[in-house]
Design a protein around this ligand. Structure first.
Ligand code: AMP
Length: 530
């Protein structure tokens, strides 16, 4: 029984497993490719095409095609409608996962059941849970969700076991997201030091800039024609844009032939022009990289032994050049679009080797390899700060009129704390006289840096502490947060007068078992092919 690692990417996905000699191997797509476009074409009710065929269909029927849904994972209330049926981002992702699993089974002859799915390192708890749910809806057993850079580092470490402690900076620019992570690798330990990123910055933004240029060049040549008003033309220009972007990683210039409304324009594109049109996007990745270098420095890491590039976009020569020029780092590019899936497959194997009796036999590897895998330790950090909503004690109204006083998020668990983490009890108090219950609202940092403003945080769950005795305001309450190694948050609130207790695990995104089961039945009823 093999375990699989899945890189569920914004634009492309990839699935890998570990062979008998513990070497990670890519399971090819239906058409024999290493990666599968994360695109779903809803051909007819209950019939979905996934991958390259779906991407090609986007030209014919863009309104029946779902893409870039990773950007909406974990956002409540987002739904898409195809053939009158409603789909959440999780359900669409589940269709992508089903096709990955189906093609992998067909091509490897191995059943795909136990999987690890990767997520960007800075993904919040709601996005992680949505990813886990997508796997469950696809009928898979999700062993864990793993941060992409950790997966990339695991793979890299497996192929290059230089002894001693090393610090690796992972720069991961994918189709829709950017993240950067500092990892300490030492013997059997792979540990995340800190992580940062931007969920709305990736290859699709580069493509968009090229599209804008193509559209304006076309309009200059034919002022009475406007392809931007035509969905099909925009889709076609977007495909051309991605093609030229990729080509310019290998060559210095390229001609793009555009046709619309009976007219044709030939646009000459150079690497220089591409870099000029997208310089600010690259600068944004550099600013985030600067920020993480600074965070790492505060955590005692002042030099990097290695810079690892992940994500298809890092094939652009300007990426390595910029890292070299700004940080004096010379990056390594090794299988940037496959390393994450391969690392996830290794992680799945490590998980199984640790938790399963007779793992070697079950996983089809030697006892020695199973023991070596079980020894490996992978630890990560809290991706973002977590806290509870409270009345700001510095506001004078807190004493006289607490209902009107400023509300804020008091962060108990700071970003980049090593997991598992326990904050210990934090003191709070009731705000009004005779307050018999307290609602504990749990909020997560939403922006790139922690802030106590409600607007900069997202509410992710809540629980009710009841049975407080009738007392004047100021009744003492303690709140403790604990986060497990795999990112599950448990909140414990205790009222100290009577010792009343609430402890709750967060139900993120409001999806209960019944909703997941129903979604799973819906998706199982679809015919999916690549
Ligand atoms: P990922 O999500 O990591 O698979 O990254 C896919 C992104 O990388 C997409 O935006 C692709 O257009 C882009 N990409 C793939 N290959 C290349 C290449 N050779 N040069 C530039 N970008 C590429």
């Amino acid at each position: 029984m093999a375990t699989f690692g899945i890189d569920l990417g914004t634009t492309h996905s990839c699935i890998a497993y570990v062979d008998e000699s513990t070497r990670p191997v890519i399971a090819k797509s239906a058409i024999g490719e290493d990666t599968t476009p994360s695109v779903v074409y809803f051909e007819r009710p209950g019939v979905a095409l996934v991958g390259t065929a779906a991407k090609n269909s986007a030209l014919l029927a863009p309104h029946l095609v779902a893409q870039l849904v990773k950007r909406d994972m974990g956002r409540s209330g987002v739904e898409f409608t195809y053939h009158r049926e409603r789909y959440t981002p999780e359900k669409i992702s589940a269709l992508v996962l089903r096709e990955l699993a189906r093609a992998a089974e067909e091509n490897t002859g191995l059943p795909v059941r136990d999987v690890v799915i990767t997520v960007p390192a800075y993904f919040g708890i709601a996005e992680r849970e949505a990813t886990r749910r997508a796997g469950e809806i696809a009928g898979l057993n999700v062993l864990d969700v793993l941060a992409e850079p950790v997966a990339a580092a695991l793979h890299h470490h497996a192929v290059d076991e230089t002894p001693g402690t090393r610090h690796v900076l992972v720069y991961d620019l994918g189709g829709g997201t950017f993240d950067t992570t500092v990892i300490r690798v030492s013997g059997d330990d792979v540990q995340v030091v800190c992580t940062d990123g931007d969920g709305e910055l990736g290859g699709a933004d580069w493509d968009q800039r090229i599209v804008e240029h193509l559209l304006s060049t076309f309009r200059d040549a034919h002022p009475n024609l406007d392809p931007s008003a035509d969905d099909l033309a925009v889709q076609e220009f977007t495909d051309r844009a991605e093609e030229v972007k990729k080509a310019l990683s290998a060559t210095m210039s390229r001609n793009v032939a555009l046709r619309f409304g009976g007219a044709a324009v030939n646009v000459r594109f150079t690497r220089e022009l591409l870099e000029e049109l997208t310089a600010d996007l690259l600068d944004r990745t550099a600013a985030i990289t600067e920020r993480i270098v600074e965070t790492a420095r505060r955590k005692g890491v002042d030099r990097f032994d290695e810079v690892l590039l992940a994500g298809g976009m890092t094939r652009m020569p300007v990426v390595a050049a910029a890292l070299q020029a700004r940080f004096g780092l010379s990056p390594r590019l090794s299988e940037p679009d496959l390393a994450v899936a391969k690392g996830a497959a290794l992680f799945a194997l490590i998980r199984q080797a640790k938790s399963t009796r007779g793992a070697a036999r079950q996983l089809g590897i030697t006892e020695a390899d199973a023991a070596a895998m079980a020894k490996k330790r992978v630890s990560t950090v809290v991706p973002r700060a977590f806290g509870v909503k409270a009345v700001d004690p510095r506001d004078p109204l807190a004493l006289t009129d607490p209902m009107r006083a400023r509300q804020m998020v008091a962060h108990l668990l700071q970003a980049n704390t090593r997991l598992p983490a326990d904050t210990g009890p934090y003191p709070f108090q009731t705000a009004i006289d005779n307050q018999r219950m307290v609602e504990i609202e749990v909020w997560e940092q939403a922006g790139p840096t922690p802030s106590e403003e409600l607007a900069d945080n997202t509410k992710i769950g809540h629980g009710m502490l009841t049975g407080i005795p009738a007392r004047p305001a100021g009744c003492r309450i303690e709140v403790t947060f604990a986060m497990s190694e795999t990112g599950e948050l448990t909140v414990h609130a205790k009222e100290l007068e009577t010792g009343n207790d609430v402890r709750f695990e967060l139900n993120i995104g409001g999806a209960d078992r019944g909703t997941i089961a129903k979604a799973r039945t819906d998706i199982a009823g679809h015919s999916v092919s690549g």
